[in-house]
Write a new protein. Structure first.
Ligand code: BGN
Length: 280
């Protein structure tokens, strides 16, 4: 039978203790998932038929320790929410500036090609939900989950912030043309999708519940992710570029997949032929 509308497994606030966790800890997560796995593709709640299928898409490079924290907490949360889900880690396997937008598009394309999910959540690896009532599901509006971050003292950092974790239905992602592919390095791509989502009339939903809080794992700036100097200028043209730069202009070459027990990792390397014009 269908799972209840509100999962009886929810416990509320989650205590997050990062110092006590090591990469080895994920081994226990692996064993746990084997126990719950009934169909290779999804982790299913053992006792009922899930109401929602969610794809978690994590743009990633070189943050193995963060990934083990992330998986450890997220698997527990999603299980308690009685969701069917798959976690896709999209790994930029080159030394070019990090391109979060493009990785998100690759993840969406890969996931939506694999199966029909109700919700595609693009999620940073360094953000961990502090409450299991933060539902990893979608809405009529595009859902922004990560607007109260420890890093910003749990305040919305500015009106229009759309960074961290954001959930789309297939239709929403396709109609907004996903993410821009042409932001290289840190900053701006999330402000760009905010424009897309509003221009296409979906709007962004942020829960009024006070428990929508996220811990952001502290880290220094990545050398492979320098601030993108051209981001202001690119953002100024965001409206004109919605239907030109995005899911529909994505070229995927050199994709490799590795299936782990608790997530699928997709390696994507930018080939020479689609090298971006270097903007300095
Ligand atoms: C903003 C960045 C976002 C980032 C947030 C939070 C830009 C665009 C030029 C104004 N936007 O300033 O990408 O997520 O800070 O750190 O840099």
């Amino acid at each position: 039978e269908l799972c209840p509308k509100t999962s009886p497994l929810l416990k509320g606030t989650i205590t997050i203790n990062l110092s006590g966790l090591t990469i080895n800890e994920t081994e226990s997560t692996k064993k746990m998932s084997l126990y719950w796995l009934s169909v290779p593709l999804y982790r299913r709640p053992s006792d009922c038929k899930c109401r929602n299928k969610t794809a978690i898409i994590v743009p990633f490079r070189d943050r193995e320790q963060h990934l083990s924290y992330f998986l450890y907490y997220l698997h527990r949360l999603l299980h308690r929410q009685q969701l069917c889900y798959v976690i896709f880690v999209v790994d930029q396997n080159d030394d070019k500036p990090f391109n979060r937008g493009r990785l998100s598009n690759v993840g969406f394309k890969y996931a939506s090609n694999l199966s029909n999910f109700d919700c595609y959540i693009i999620h940073d690896v360094d953000m961990i939900a502090e409450d299991d009532r933060i539902m990893y599901t979608c809405n009529r509006q595009v859902v922004h989950y990560t607007f109260l971050l420890s890093k910003f003292n749990y305040n919305l950092v500015y009106h229009g912030y759309a960074g961290g974790g954001i959930g789309y239905t297939k239709e929403q992602f396709e109609k907004t043309n996903g993410f821009p592919n042409e932001y290289y390095g840190w900053g701006g791509e999330d402000d760009d999708i905010n424009i897309r989502i509003n221009e296409k009339g979906f709007g962004i939903y942020r829960s009024p519940e006070p428990f929508y809080r996220f811990t952001m794992i502290r880290h220094g700036r990545d050398s492979g992710n320098p601030p993108y100097v051209g981001r202001m200028e690119r953002l100024g043209k965001a409206r004109q570029r919605i239907d030109v730069d995005g899911l529909n202009s994505l070229v995927i070459t050199n994709l490799k997949e590795v299936k782990h027990k608790t997530y699928t990792r997709i390696y994507i390397t930018r080939s020479r032929s689609c090298e971006p014009l270097r903007e300095v």
